[in-house]
Design a protein around this ligand. Structure first.
Ligand code: SF4
Length: 303
């Protein structure tokens, strides 16, 4: 059998370096869908009649997530709603917003949009123009977006908030937390340590799917994807970690899977350690759960 042939004898269209195998279109899609369902099942992400809010940016990962959940919904009854956050990033967000809107229309899924400008008084561009040296764009953006996603999902009465983070994202976050010496963040990476009715449980059904495979799947399934990168991404520590991990993956295929699997193995022990003595605090300004008297969102928006 030729090296570039799928096990079925058809021409391979994708090479899975970490598994040393070529797959044809049919078997790649089959493998992708199977892994998606297995991840959801093994990690007990969904239950019958869940009300799932998908954080839909319109980027490839969240759009593929929406499609895969819409497909799964045919076999497992649950509700699906999309929640899009418009950060207000000129020349970038408008294009992905258009894709998100179109995908929701095509799939017949209700979409709710929350904007930084409307919710906080300033778009991300405006906040950055005012205090360029004070606020790192991705840190500011991440704090506001996480807050609005949780609040928005809760107001939509979601029982789960589904996020499009892929294998690469998770491996990067694991490394970032280690490189910053923040093991307590590792412990609460997947879910907050303390439960509160104000936190909507988050699920990441693509956490074992490499980023590149999301792109291939989107292409094969005719899902529109946008290749433009956020103009602030170059400032991010994540970009450095991404390059480092991509280099390691190139040399040692399977590195990203190993990092994420190692994290999943120690996650329980970390959660146990950091849950000891942990006390829930509520922000004295907005009432949301927080690790400090005033939460990061209120500090950034109101001070
Ligand atoms: Fe926000 Fe940074 Fe992502 Fe841009 S790259 S959307 S600023 S987190």
């Amino acid at each position: 059998m030729d090296r570039q042939t799928c096990f079925c004898g058809e021409d391979g269209i994708v090479f899975l370096h970490y598994a040393s195998k070529h797959l044809c279109e049919k078997h790649f899609i089959r493998m992708f869908d199977k892994r998606f369902r297995k991840t959801v099942g093994v990690h007990k992400m969904l239950r019958k009649n869940d009300r799932v809010v998908v954080g839909l940016s319109g980027g490839k990962d969240s759009t593929v997530l929406l499609h895969s959940l819409a497909q799964l919904k045919k076999d497992l009854p649950f509700e699906l709603i999309a929640l899009t956050i418009d950060e207000g990033i000129k020349g970038y967000r408008a294009r992905t917003l258009a894709i998100a809107k179109k995908e929701c229309e095509t799939l017949g899924i209700e979409q709710v949009i929350l904007g930084f400008k409307k919710e906080t008084g300033k778009s991300l561009d405006e906040a950055m123009a005012e205090e360029p040296s004070e606020k790192l764009p991705c840190t500011h953006c991440g704090v506001l977006r996480r807050y609005l996603l949780n609040k928005g999902a809760r107001e939509l009465k979601a029982t789960k908030l589904a996020l499009g983070h892929n294998l690469d994202d998770i491996a990067q976050t694991v490394f970032m937390n280690i490189m910053r010496n923040e093991p307590s963040r590792l412990a609460r990476m997947n879910d907050p340590i303390l439960k509160s009715a104000r936190f909507v449980p988050r699920i990441r059904p693509l956490m074992l799917t490499p980023e590149k495979e999301n792109a291939v799947y989107a292409m094969l399934k005719g899902i529109e994807i946008e290749h433009v990168e956020c103009p602030y991404a170059r400032f991010a520590f994540r970009s450095h970690v991404r390059r480092m991990l991509n280099e390691s993956e190139e040399r040692y295929p399977g590195t990203k899977f190993k990092v994420v699997n190692a994290f999943l193995e120690i996650e329980g022990a970390l959660r146990k350690k950091y849950s000891k003595g942990a006390k829930m605090i509520f922000c004295s300004s907005c009432g949301e759960p927080s690790s400090q008297k005033i939460c990061m969102y209120c500090k950034r928006v109101y001070s």
